[in-house]
Design a protein around this ligand. Structure first.
Ligand SMILES: [Zn+2]
Length: 187
C-alpha cells in the first residue's frame, strides 16, 4: 500500500513537470529567409553596395569551387557550358560571389559566342574595366564593381545601342526572375 502510494506520488510529480514543459511558451522561432548562398556567404547581398575586400583565403572558404576558380583565379568556363548561354527569361543577373546586380535580361542578346552576352551593364558602377594583355591578346577584362570578381571580357563587336559585347562566364552569374528580383533590389 505504502509502496503503491509512493509510485503514485512520483507519477503525479512527473505529470506536473511534464505539464509545466507543455505549457511553457514555444521557442521564438525566427523564420530564416536567407538563401543557401547568403547563409554560406556573409558578404552576399543584392542590395548592399558597400565594397567587398576579402583575402583569397576568405573567398576560398565561402565560394563554391567553380565560382572561386573564375571569380578569383580568372578562369574561363568551357564555351556553351552555361545554362544562361541559351536562356532568355526576364529578370536580373547578379554577381555569384557577392550578389551585386550586374545585368538586366533586356540587355542580353544571342551572340553565339558560347558565353552569356550582354550589351550593357545595369549601371556604370556595377562593372570595373581593366586592360588585359594576357594570352597574347589585348582585351578589356570586366570585374564586379563591388567585389572585383572576374566576370569575363568586353568587346566592341556587340549590337546597338552600345556596340559592346560583355562576354560573361555564366558560373559567376546568379539569375532571378523579374518579379522577385525587382522586389529585392528595387531596380
Ligand atoms: Zn561581386
Amino acid at each position: 500500500m505504502n509502496a503503491g502510494m509512493k509510485i503514485n506520488r512520483q507519477w503525479i510529480k512527473t505529470a506536473f513537470i511534464l505539464s509545466l514543459i507543455a505549457c511553457s511558451p514555444p521557442k521564438n522561432e525566427t523564420v530564416n529567409k536567407l538563401t543557401e548562398m547568403e547563409k554560406n556567404n556573409p558578404v552576399y547581398s543584392n542590395t548592399d553596395t558597400s565594397k567587398v575586400d576579402l583575402s583569397d583565403k576568405e573567398w576560398k572558404n565561402i565560394l563554391p569551387e567553380n565560382v572561386y576558380n573564375i571569380a578569383r583565379l580568372k578562369g574561363t568556363e568551357r564555351p556553351w557550358s552555361s545554362k544562361y548561354e541559351d536562356f532568355f527569361e526576364t529578370g536580373t543577373y547578379y554577381c555569384a560571389a557577392c550578389g551585386n546586380p550586374l545585368f538586366k535580361s533586356n540587355a542580353k542578346f544571342e551572340s553565339s559566342c558560347g558565353w552569356p552576352s550582354f550589351f550593357e551593364p545595369i549601371s556604370k558602377e556595377s562593372i570595373i574595366y581593366t586592360p588585359d594583355d594576357s594570352h597574347g591578346m589585348h582585351r578589356t577584362e570586366v570585374q564586379c564593381g563591388r567585389c572585383k570578381a572576374h566576370l569575363g571580357h568586353v568587346f566592341d563587336d556587340g549590337p546597338k545601342p552600345t556596340g559592346l559585347r560583355y562576354c560573361i562566364n555564366g558560373v559567376v552569374l546568379d539569375f532571378e526572375k523579374a518579379k522577385k528580383a525587382e522586389k529585392k533590389s528595387g531596380l
